[in-house]
Design a protein around this ligand. Structure first.
Ligand SMILES: C[S@@+](CC[C@H](N)C(=O)[O-])C[C@H]1O[C@@H](n2cnc3c(N)ncnc32)[C@H](O)[C@@H]1O
Length: 245
């Protein structure tokens, strides 16, 4: 199934608690509110036109046609009722400075769409991970190469997944969206510390082997061939290969 930004939202827990990192004019925020209807949604964004040569081509660089201050004023007005009833909370600032306002493991989802450069995405995903509950989702937008952020998003996501092989899995990756899920504690705890060594595998294989038939004492024995693990497993599962590993 093709996942668009709308269908990514189908993975987020309805009436859950979440955050959007990188809000801009709030277009996706409105979709989150409509489709997921969270009980709480934190909106994290500095809404600043940064004077940073690395952001020249971004929507929020100094030369951008968008005035981020005006955008923020407009957005707070549009969401004033939701802010008053506690559903929406603005956290104006960079992720690194704002995330401490959110309790650890308290969110069901985080949508990451802030500064797309490698160092920033790395921080955003790590902090999102701290804040999502086991079972929660982290979706990252613009998981794609070839734009001004180069390999920033793809590299940061790949490294993150590699850092937590027992705790994180990719549940969707399409249309430049990647959705990660934090495993539940039970699954993470169910994994052992050590990979089984070869002797353990041999023991398991022995246990799986069918018992040798009883042979009468005076029966001539067939010529004995040495059998290693693979050939024994092959005979067990009916494969013809006898290659050893
Ligand atoms: C691509 S826009 C977000 C678009 C929005 N999610 C949407 O789909 O409509 C990126 C936003 O990230 C914000 N941003 C830049 N640096 C950030 C940071 N360090 N932490 C959080 N947000 C950041 C920018 O101000 C900008 O509004």
């Amino acid at each position: 199934m093709k996942r668009t930004r709308a269908s990514v939202l189908e993975l987020f827990k309805e009436r859950g608690r979440g955050a959007e990192i990188g809000v801009f004019a709030g277009n996706f925020t409105k979709r989150i509110l409509r489709q997921v209807n969270p009980t709480k949604l934190y909106l994290i964004d500095p809404w600043v036109n940064f004077d940073d040569p690395g952001l020249e081509k971004s929507w929020y660089g100094k030369e951008s046609k968008y005035d981020m201050e005006l955008m923020y004023q407009d957005l707070t007005e549009q969401f004033s009722r939701r802010v008053a009833n506690g559903q929406v909370e603005f956290l104006r600032g960079k992720t690194v400075d704002m995330m401490h306002h959110i309790e650890d493991q308290s969110l069901d989802f985080v949508y990451v769409d802030g500064d797309h450069r490698y160092d920033a995405v790395k921080i955003d995903i790590e902090m999102a991970y701290q804040k999502v509950k086991p079972g929660g989702h982290i979706a990252v937008d613009d998981h794609v190469l070839g734009y001004w952020w180069e390999d920033g998003v793809v590299r940061a996501v790949n490294e993150f997944v590699g850092r937590y092989p027992r705790d994180i899995s990719i549940v969707a990756c399409d249309e430049n969206q990647v959705v990660l899920q934090r495993h539940t504690t039970d699954i993470a705890n169910g994994l052992t510390d050590d990979a089984p060594d070869f002797e353990d595998i041999e023991t398991v294989a022995e246990a799986l082997m069918p018992q040798e038939p009883q042979i009468a004492a005076n029966t001539a024995l067939p010529e004995e061939k040495p059998q290693g693990l693979v050939s024994r497993m092959s005979s067990l599962f009916g494969r013809s290969s006898t290659a050893e590993v």
